[in-house]
Write a protein that binds this ligand. Structure first.
Ligand code: FPP
Length: 244
């Protein structure tokens, strides 16, 4: 339930894990008569600021949905354009991310991305792996259902090889085999662009995540708007199926 009266973030209740569906780049561009890729470019600029603010706020894990397994259905120039932006993002930002002690990880099957994107991703992972600050997870060629199938197959393989019994497949084991293995489930999933759906994002991990939807289009999502969304989260009463 949301209440009233809280206008500032409570520093004692900063979520450990924030996940974001960065939606609305295309509409942002269309409203300005620009090509969709310009919207994604503006989205990349917005993302930089949100990562910085997440670090400053002491959030431990930030996971963003950058490219879904369904996004391949978009026109080829848009798909390739998003990957080019990723390359640009890493080239431009890697030093600052590293200086800010950020650890970059990718969730999803990035083996299918173009070679230059794979090379930059590898560089980002290698450069930042020893850091101890914000863990920044970029979901790329990611799908929640595919992730669950992958985890189930991996556990079944253990059974086949005799290293695990059938009863050894439980929720904890499944969680460990997700891309998010070892990372707490998101406390809050923020979606910009006004749609009320998960779009195949973090289906396993979102069981008890609070959802905050804002009409603001992703390129307009400033760090101040981010804080407003986090305040909405802080006003929720989390019960995890129990009583208040
Ligand atoms: C959804 O908006 C956004 C995406 C599919 C791409 C997200 C990409 C970025 C934020 C920039 C690139 C950054 C990295 C790190 C790759 P949409 O196109 O579905 O918008 P619409 O619903 O208004 O059409």
């Amino acid at each position: 339930m949301s209440g009233t009266g809280q206008s500032e973030l409570n520093p004692d209740r900063i979520p450990k894990h924030v996940a974001i569906v960065m939606d609305g780049n295309g509409r942002w561009a269309r409203l300005r008569g620009l090509p969709r890729l310009q919207g994604h470019n503006a989205g990349m600029i917005a993302l930089k600021e949100i990562v910085k603010r997440s670090s400053q706020l002491g959030i431990s894990h930030l996971t963003v949905y950058a490219f879904s397994t369904e996004n391949w259905r978009r026109p080829e120039d848009e798909v390739l354009g998003i990957f080019k932006l990723l390359v640009l993002y890493v080239r431009k930002e890697i030093r600052e991310l590293d200086e800010n002690n950020v650890v970059v990880n990718i969730w999803g099957d990035w083996s299918l991305l173009p070679g230059d994107a794979r090379a930059e991703i590898q560089r980002a992972i290698d450069t930042t792996k020893g850091n101890t600050g914000l863990r920044f997870n970029i979901a790329l060629n990611y799908g929640g259902r595919a992730e669950i199938v992958r985890a189930a197959q991996s556990l079944c393989r253990d059974v086949q090889e005799g290293t695990r019994t059938l009863d050894g497949i439980d929720e904890g084991a499944m969680s460990e085999r997700m891309y998010s293995g070892g990372v707490p489930d998101p406390d809050v999933i923020i979606r910009t662009g006004g749609e009320y759906r998960l779009s195949n994002f973090l289906l396993w991990q979102s069981a008890y995540s609070e959802l905050v939807v804002t009409d603001i289009l992703w390129p307009d999502f400033t760090p101040d708007e981010f804080e407003k969304a986090l305040i909405k989260y802080q006003l929720r009463n989390r019960r995890y199926g129990g009583l208040a």
